[in-house]
Design a protein around this ligand. Structure first.
Ligand SMILES: NC(=O)c1ccc[n+]([C@@H]2O[C@H](COP(=O)([O-])OP(=O)(O)OC[C@H]3O[C@@H](n4cnc5c(N)ncnc54)[C@H](O)[C@@H]3O)[C@@H](O)[C@H]2O)c1
Length: 357
């Protein structure tokens, strides 16, 4: 038998689902009169639609797991373009290894978890995420691109939001990734925060940049991320959380209420909250903790919250698709929180310059 090559594995690409093509409203509304997960999906969809119908509410989307590699990119881009989301908190894998990676022109491929020889994949430089394949050599180009962006920036600490904005600017300059989350967030003024920014492809780029420039380099200021997201919460007042998976993004966004309190601001808890997850409540960990539990910490109001237990890729097109096809977003205006944060930065820089004169 002929020896298998990389080409034999990297044949069929993952295609991102277009929620605009499927009107799920009648089905989700039928779910309301059923039981178990279907009724949870119906309630979660209605709560998301309430977030979009409430003109005072800003929507914060929290993403963990591997969802862009799984075909969710277009849904996020449509949310950005149609003002269905005002800020994003994500893990690094989705934003850098998967979205920015595809923006560079690379793809994710349909693979299989069954009868798989992972040693052969290793030899061929193919990485596997359950049933998805990635060309590891292409992923290295992603690491190197981050390294180059680091080298080109003024050495100082950046929030991940500032750095991801620079990634969007880089894509615009290179004419790449028009269908990416990073580019569209840059274009539409939607801030993206990645609190654990080094824990992904970006980390390799930063390691190379810092090792080569020990005296003067750029770094990521995670506390600035937290302050910026808290400033958004304080400006927005009413907020709704749409949480996919769980992980660091879930807690980071929820905690802005507590951080605002620490700053002496009187702001409401997150008014609406939906979480889709397969995590279990019994281990006491964050990802599976219920939204009711979060209210005991003063983070989430209990009236309009819904946990939905299941895998995200089937549930997101239903819940977000319902919000899209109901059309409440048509009355929403762009919040452009990037501009708001940039104005705060400019004000602070001016005050600092005045002080040092
Ligand atoms: N996920 C990856 O493939 C990957 C790759 C490189 C780096 N990383 C880094 O590892 C760190 C942690 O990874 P993480 O953010 O994936 O968190 P995680 O693995 O802790 O997942 C968070 C929770 O979400 C649940 N979950 C994950 N995917 C789900 C899905 N599709 N549907 C429903 N529930 C789901 C998990 O069961 C878990 O309880 C991050 O910093 C990330 O950047 C992850």
């Amino acid at each position: 038998m002929a020896k298998l090559t990389k080409k034999d594995f990297l044949k069929n690409t993952i295609k991102h689902i277009d929620m605009k093509k499927y009107n799920v409203v009648p089905m989700v509304e039928a779910f309301e009169n059923m039981a178990y997960a279907s009724r949870e999906v119906a309630r979660a969809s209605k709560i998301y639609n309430m977030m979009l119908s409430d003109k005072n509410c800003s929507v914060i989307l929290c993403i963990a797991g591997s969802l862009i590699s799984a075909g969710m990119k277009k849904i996020i881009v449509d949310m950005i373009q149609n003002h269905m989301v005002d800020a994003i908190v994500s893990n690094g894998a989705n934003i850098v290894d998967q979205d920015f990676f595809e923006a560079l022109g690379f793809k994710h491929y349909i693979g299989t978890p069954y009868n798989q020889d992972d040693n052969l994949l290793r030899d061929l430089h193919i990485d596997r995420i359950y049933d998805t394949y990635i060309d590891e050599d292409q992923l290295k180009v992603c690491d190197e691109t981050i390294y180059k962006i680091c080298n080109a920036l003024e050495p100082r600490p950046y929030s991940s939001r500032e750095f991801i904005w620079e990634m969007g600017k880089w894509l615009e300059k290179k004419g790449k990734g028009k269908d990416s989350v990073v580019y569209n967030a840059y274009k539409y003024g939607v801030p993206i925060f990645v609190p654990a920014f080094s824990d992904c492809s970006a980390g390799f780029g930063f390691v190379m940049h810092q090792a080569e420039n020990p005296a003067s380099h750029i770094s990521i200021d995670s506390a600035k991320d937290f302050l910026e997201l808290t400033q958004i919460k304080m400006k927005a007042k009413e907020t709704g959380l749409m949480m996919w998976s769980g992980g660091v993004p879930k807690n980071f966004a929820q905690d802005t209420v507590v951080a605002a309190e620490a700053l002496g601001a009187e702001i409401p808890m997150h008014k609406y909250a939906v979480q889709i997850t397969v995590a279990d409540v019994r281990d006491g960990a964050l990802s599976g903790s219920t939204l009711k539990e979060a209210s005991s910490w003063g983070k989430v109001s209990t009236a309009l919250e819904q946990m939905v237990y299941g895998e995200c890729t089937t549930l997101i097109p239903l819940i977000i698709g319902y919000g899209y096809h109901k059309g409440a977003w048509k009355k929403r205006k762009a919040t452009n929180y990037v501009k708001f944060l940039q104005e705060l930065d400019a004000k602070n820089a001016k005050a600092k310059a005045k002080k040092t004169k």
